[in-house]
Write a protein that binds this ligand. Structure first.
Ligand code: KIV
Length: 284
């Protein structure tokens, strides 16, 4: 495990002040968290996208708090030092500020998170304010917000028109004023992201498919390595095809067992003749 220092909120703001981009990835399990920790990732998001990437649902809506807590605990075990963000799943914060604080608190108390993220604009500002008042760092999420995909007309670019872009800009200000320390902009035009970043006074703006002008970048881990079989979004960059590697390895394993090429002597353990003879005598 790397010896690096724990990534804290002041450390993130220091990076912003120094003009150093913040790195952020999703992660859902222990071994991946271990690798991300060693790669020096600043922030990890245990996204409710795990409903799709890990649990095989068609959307994030069926994901529960129990799902989130279980995966977040595993990620924390693999990455003790990244700034760990728990993603509030569907209906864990929408009903009321009280529900939001209780569930945000679970991420902190049960999974050792450093903060939480929730989706929505000005209409969720009171949830952000309540969570921040409870001493929990909170991140807003604007643009394409997957929990509202149905209302948004699907998984598509948000804020293409001036009116919709203005609403996203106003929402970002409302979340910042409510106390969000960061805002994720997912799939909004780069120039809208630039305006929000330039206007942010005490808020870190992160981009997912929203261009280079933000203070940092987030991608979905599975998209980096071809690990989500259904699709890879255009905005993702594929850094290696682990999916193909795994598929080829699995097919080779199946063939080798069928052809009796596996196992070889180095893949199993023998027994001393003396013990074996004794065993046979016992059986006789
Ligand atoms: O759940 C998730 O991974 C997310 C990203 C899409 C930003 O919220």
């Amino acid at each position: 495990m790397s010896e690096r220092k724990k990534v804290t909120l002041p450390a993130l703001f220091k990076k912003v002040a120094e003009g150093k981009p913040i790195t952020w990835l999703t992660c859902y399990d222990y071994p991946t968290a271990y690798f991300q920790e060693r790669a020096g990732i600043d922030m990890i998001l245990v996204g409710d996208s795990l409903g799709m990437t890990m649990l095989g649902y068609d959307s994030t809506l069926p994901v529960t708090m129990s799902d989130m807590i279980r995966h977040t605990q595993a990620v924390r075990r693999g990455s003790p030092n990244a700034f760990l963000v728990g993603d509030m799943p569907y209906m864990s914060y929408q009903p009321s500020s009280e529900t939001a604080v209780i569930n945000a608190g679970r991420f902190m108390a049960e999974a050792a998170c450093d903060g939480i993220k929730l989706e929505g604009g000005a209409e969720m500002a009171d949830r952000i304010a309540a969570i921040v008042a409870a001493g929990i760092p909170a991140i807003g999420h604007l643009g394409l917000t997957p929990q509202s995909a149905s209302a948004l007309g699907g998984f598509r670019l948000q804020g293409k028109g001036a009116l919709q872009a203005k609403k996203i800009i106003d929402d970002a200000k409302a979340l910042e004023e409510a106390g969000a320390f960061a805002i994720l902009l997912e799939l909004v035009p780069d120039r809208v992201c630039q305006i929000i970043t330039e206007r942010a006074e005490h808020c870190i703006i992160m981009s997912l498919g929203s261009g280079p002008h933000a203070h940092g970048q987030l991608l979905i881990y599975h998209d980096l390595f071809g690990l989500y079989p259904k699709f890879t979004p255009r905005m993702a960059k594929v850094y290696g095809n682990a999916g193909e590697l795994i598929q080829n390895g699995l097919e080779q394993y199946v063939a080798e067992v069928q052809n009796k090429e596996f196992p070889q002597p180095k893949n199993y353990f023998g027994m001393k003749d003396e013990a074996y003879d004794e065993l046979i005598q016992m059986l006789d």
